[in-house]
Ligand binder design. Structure first.
Ligand SMILES: NC(=O)c1ccc[n+]([C@@H]2O[C@H](COP(=O)([O-])OP(=O)(O)OC[C@H]3O[C@@H](n4cnc5c(N)ncnc54)[C@H](O)[C@@H]3O)[C@@H](O)[C@H]2O)c1
Ligand SMILES: [Zn+2]
Length: 366
């Protein structure tokens, strides 16, 4: 069991990770929020509640009010928010109520948003159940929903009172979801933590076999990295941008494939490869480092093929426009374990990186 403190100007809370947390949730939540309020709401989705609800339920003297969100990004909407806020109001939620967001990143983002806006803000706790949500989305206070015009366009900063990442829940996660989530840990290592890179290189078999000790190590290191970054830059004024390593091209790939062909972590993996290519061309990483990091990324594959042409990807990054300046920030690794943000990547550099990535995708996924 490991506890990592998140300390930002607007909130301080613990992220606890380890096995068996669901069964001991009550005293832990009480420690974080004081006595359990009369009304506890659990936002989850039916499959997660069916798999893991029974482990959580004994924590409550009175059964919580269970709010269900349909699984899938297309339900991360304001329509769901309105429906769920009305359910909360009808069930007697008040300022003192507590919400527990119990699920993957979609449940976490939407649950945090419900807690941010219900009566201008109530307390909530994150209980993330996917690898990605345990290492990334549950920490840092960014909550929100999508609009038809784009992802995460509506949101708030609202930190949870605590995060409980129970590693046991990962035992039912589909393999592809685990591998995609691990890409955010690969990212964490590359930008900020050499020893995490080394650990993930040396222990991929245990990690992918879901050995609890190995998972706990990777998850705790990833959270520690994010907590340290958010501590220094809560609102993404500067340093927090480095968390977007791999995400400029990653988001473009997700958008160009209509969010259907790739999981987020898979898109980020290809995006990291493109960014690494730019870093290599600028001598920010050397040939041996490039090779080592590419190998690490593919260790947590297989990555799906990219059935896209370069101009389509360039258009999705906005990189086909003349003026990249200030709009397309790029995070480039500096050696292994450090990164910088640059704003002068030229369309030609980006185009070369995208072509390199597509060629590698064609070769590796043939
Ligand atoms: N707020 C942030 O800082 C931040 C950061 C990164 C990502 N996000 C958001 O996170 C979301 C993606 O999160 P995700 O990858 O967790 O996806 P997700 O919430 O869709 O979960 C993935 C799938 O796994 C299922 N699942 C969840 N837990 C399970 C378990 N223990 N066993 C079996 N199946 C399980 C879900 O029902 C779903 O089908 C996106 O909406 C993204 O925008 C937010
Ligand atoms: Zn991400």
């Amino acid at each position: 069991m490991q506890t990592i403190r998140v300390d930002t100007p607007s909130a301080k809370y613990d992220v606890v990770t380890g096995a068996g947390l669901l069964r001991s949730l009550r005293p832990r939540i009480e420690q974080a929020v004081g006595r359990l309020p009369r009304r506890v709401f659990v936002l989850t989705s039916a499959p997660i509640w069916a798999l893991w609800g029974h482990c959580m339920q004994p924590s409550f003297a009175e059964p919580p009010v269970v709010l269900l969100l349909e699984p899938g990004e297309r339900y991360k909407t304001l329509a769901s928010v309105e429906r769920l806020l009305r359910q909360m109001a009808a069930a007697g939620a008040d300022r003192g109520s507590l919400l527990i967001a119990f699920g993957g990143g979609i449940v976490g983002d939407l649950g945090g948003f419900l807690a941010a806006v219900f009566m201008r803000g109530i307390a909530y706790v994150q209980v993330p159940t996917t690898f990605l949500s345990q290492v990334d989305s549950s920490v840092g206070g960014k909550v929100g929903v999508n609009l038809p015009e784009g992802k995460n366009l509506v949101g708030a900063f609202h930190h949870p009172r605590a995060v409980f990442a129970d590693i046991d829940t990962l035992s039912t996660l589909p393999d592809r979801e685990l591998r995609a989530g691990l890409m955010e840990s690969v990212k964490a290592g590359i930008i900020r933590d050499r020893s995490l890179v080394r650990y993930m290189e040396q222990h991929s078999a245990e990690i992918l076999a879901r050995n609890s000790r190995a998972l706990e190590k990777v998850i705790a290191a990833s959270i520690r990295m994010k907590a340290a970054v958010v501590h220094k830059d809560e609102r993404e004024g500067g340093l927090r941008m480095i968390l977007n390593f791999g995400h400029t091209v990653g988001h473009a790939l997700e958008q160009a494939t209509a969010y259907k062909a790739l999981l987020h972590g898979e898109a980020v993996a290809w995006g990291m490869i493109a960014a690494l290519h730019i870093a290599r061309a600028r001598r920010s990483v050397n040939a041996a480092q490039l090779q080592r990091l590419e190998r690490l990324i593919h260790l947590y594959g297989p990555l799906p093929a990219l059935k896209l042409r370069a101009p389509r990807v360039m258009a999705a990054t906005g990189g086909d426009k003349k003026n990249l300046g200030g709009v397309r920030r790029f995070v480039l690794p500096v050696g292994i374990g450090d990164a910088c943000v640059v704003e002068d990547v030229t369309p030609a550099e980006l185009d070369a990186a995208v072509r390199f990535m597509l060629a590698q995708a064609a070769e590796k996924t043939a």
